[in-house]
Write a protein that binds this ligand. Structure first.
Ligand SMILES: *Cc1c(COP(=O)(O)O)cnc(C)c1O
Length: 387
C-alpha cells in the first residue's frame, strides 16, 4: 500500500484522537524503522518506550512464533505453563518481596489495578498524585494525570484526587492522611518533561506512607525494566514501594501491563478484579523472552552507561536553543527555549524520530540496545538542528 493511500484510509476511518506525523512506518529492525517510501529512521522513541530491545528482537520473535503454534489464548480461570514461568521470572527481577502480580493489557489498566489493590488492602479511597504527572487515559488513571488538556473534558466523572507539587516533601506530608489509600508517583516524570524524583523525596514518601498506613504506588510503566540504569526507577532511592504499575517494555512490544505488590500485604479477595486477555499465554511467552534478554544483556547497566554519556555530550554542546538537559539513563529530556514541535519535525527530516514531553521538552527514549555510535548520530543531528 502506498503512503498516500495509507494516510487517506487512516484519516478517514480513525477516531481523530491522534495528532499524526506524516510518515507511515511499515518495518522495524533493532534501533531502526522504515517508512512506506523506504526511508530509514533511527527510532529514539522505541514506539513510546515499548521496544526496549529494539524492533523485532530475534528472541522475542522466536518466543511469539513458538507460542502462537502452541496456545494463543487461555483465560486466567485455568492454569498455564507460560504464565507460571513469567511469575517466577518477575519475582526474581523485582527486589524484596514484590512478588504478587496481576496481569493486564496496558499501562492505564495497570494503574487502575494498582488503585483497586491499594483500596482493597487499606479499606480507604483517598488518592494523592503529583502535579505534572502522567498515569494514563482511562477515567480512573486520568484522575491522577495532572495535564488539564487530558483531564478537563471528563472532570465531573472522576474520583477525588489531590495533586501535590512534585519533589515537595512538606506538601506531600500535609496531603497524605489516614484517609489516603494510595500515593502515586513516577520515579522520573516522563510526559511531564523528564523530571527525576529526588532520592530524599521518595524516601520521605516511603516514611510518611508507613506512618499513616497509606500504600506507596510507583508508576514504573515508562521507567521500569532497565530504562533509568536500574531494573526499576525506585531502586536509586533504596526504598521499596508497596505496589508498582508495569507496562510498555514488559512484553517486547506485545500489549501487556502488570500490577505488582509486596507479598507481605497478602492477596486480594476472589473476584475483586479480572481481565479477559490478562495473563494470556502469547503475551506471557513474549514477556519471558523480552525480560530474560534485558537481564542477560545487562541492559540496565548499559542504559546507565550510554545514557549518562549521551546526557554529558548534550550538555557539553552548550546549544543556543537549549535551556537544560536532564534525565536518568536512557530517559533524556532536552528543555528548549522555544517550542518542541518544529524540532521534532526537523529531526524527523534528518532521519531521527524523537518525542515531545510537554510543549518545550524534547524527549529521547531510544531502545536500550542502542550503541554510543548510534547515539552520536542522534547527538549530531540535534546539534545541527538546535545549534
Ligand atoms: C505510557 C504511560 C502510561 C499509560 O500506559 P498505556 O499503555 O498508554 O495505557 C502510564 N504511566 C506512565 C508513566 C506512562 O509512561
Amino acid at each position: 500500500m502506498d503512503t498516500t493511500t495509507i494516510f487517506e484510509l487512516e484519516d478517514g476511518h480513525g477516531s481523530g484522537a491522534y495528532a499524526k506525523r506524516p510518515i507511515a512506518l511499515v518495518k522495524g529492525r533493532g534501533v531502526y524503522v522504515w517508512d512506506a517510501d523506504g526511508k530509514r529512521y533511527l527510532d529514539a522513541t522505541s514506539g513510546q518506550g515499548v521496544a526496549a530491545l529494539g524492533h523485532c528482537h530475534p528472541a522475542v520473535l522466536a518466543a511469539i512464533n513458538a507460542q502462537a503454534s502452541q496456545l494463543i489464548t487461555s483465560q486466567e480461570a485455568f492454569y498455564n505453563d507460560r504464565r507460571a514461568e513469567l511469575y517466577t521470572l518477575l519475582a526474581k527481577l523485582t527486589p524484596g518481596d514484590l512478588d504478587q502480580f496481576f496481569f493486564c493489557n496496558s499501562g492505564a489498566e495497570a494503574i487502575e489495578g494498582a488503585l483497586k489493590v491499594a483500596m482493597l488492602l487499606t479499606g480507604r479511597a483517598g488518592i494523592v498524585a503529583a502535579k505534572r504527572s502522567f498515569h494514563g487515559r482511562t477515567t480512573g488513571a486520568l484522575s491522577m494525570t495532572w495535564t488539564q488538556k487530558y483531564r478537563k473534558p471528563f472532570m465531573g466523572w472522576l474520583p477525588r484526587v489531590s495533586h501535590v507539587p512534585f519533589n515537595d516533601i512538606d506538601a506531600a506530608r500535609a496531603a497524605i492522611t489516614d484517609e489516603t489509600a494510595a500515593v502515586v508517583v513516577e520515579p522520573v516524570q516522563g510526559e511531564g518533561g523528564v523530571h527525576p524524583a529526588s532520592r530524599a523525596y521518595l524516601q520521605a514518601l516511603r516514611q510518611h506512607c508507613d506512618e499513616v498506613g497509606a500504600m506507596l504506588v510507583l508508576d514504573e510503566i515508562q521507567t521500569g525494566f532497565g530504562r533509568t540504569g536500574d531494573m526499576f526507577g525506585f531502586e536509586a532511592a533504596r526504598i521499596l514501594p508497596d505496589i508498582m504499575a508495569l507496562g510498555k517494555a514488559i512484553a517486547g512490544g506485545l500489549p501487556m501491563g502488570a500490577v505488582c505488590w509486596r507479598s507481605a500485604h497478602g492477596q486480594i479477595p476472589r473476584a475483586s478484579h479480572g481481565s479477559t486477555f490478562g495473563g494470556n499465554p502469547l503475551g506471557c511467552a513474549a514477556a519471558i523472552a523480552a525480560l530474560s534478554a534485558i537481564r542477560d544483556l545487562r541492559l540496565s547497566e548499559h542504559a546507565g552507561e550510554v545514557g549518562g554519556w549521551m546526557t554529558d555530550e548534550l550538555r557539553d554542546l552548550n546549544l543556543r536553543g537549549v535551556r537544560e538537559v536532564r534525565g536518568r539513563g536512557l530517559m533524556i529530556g532536552i528543555e528548549l527555549r522555544g517550542r518542541v514541535s518544529p524540532v521534532l519535525k526537523q529531526l524527523q527530516e534528518r532521519g531521527i524520530l524523537t518525542l515531545p514531553a510537554g510543549l518545550n521538552t524534547l524527549r529521547l527514549l531510544p531502545p536500550l540496545v542502542i550503541t554510543r555510535d548510534e547515539l552520536a548520530t542522534a547527538r549530531d543531528a540535534i546539534a545541527e538542528t538546535l545549534g
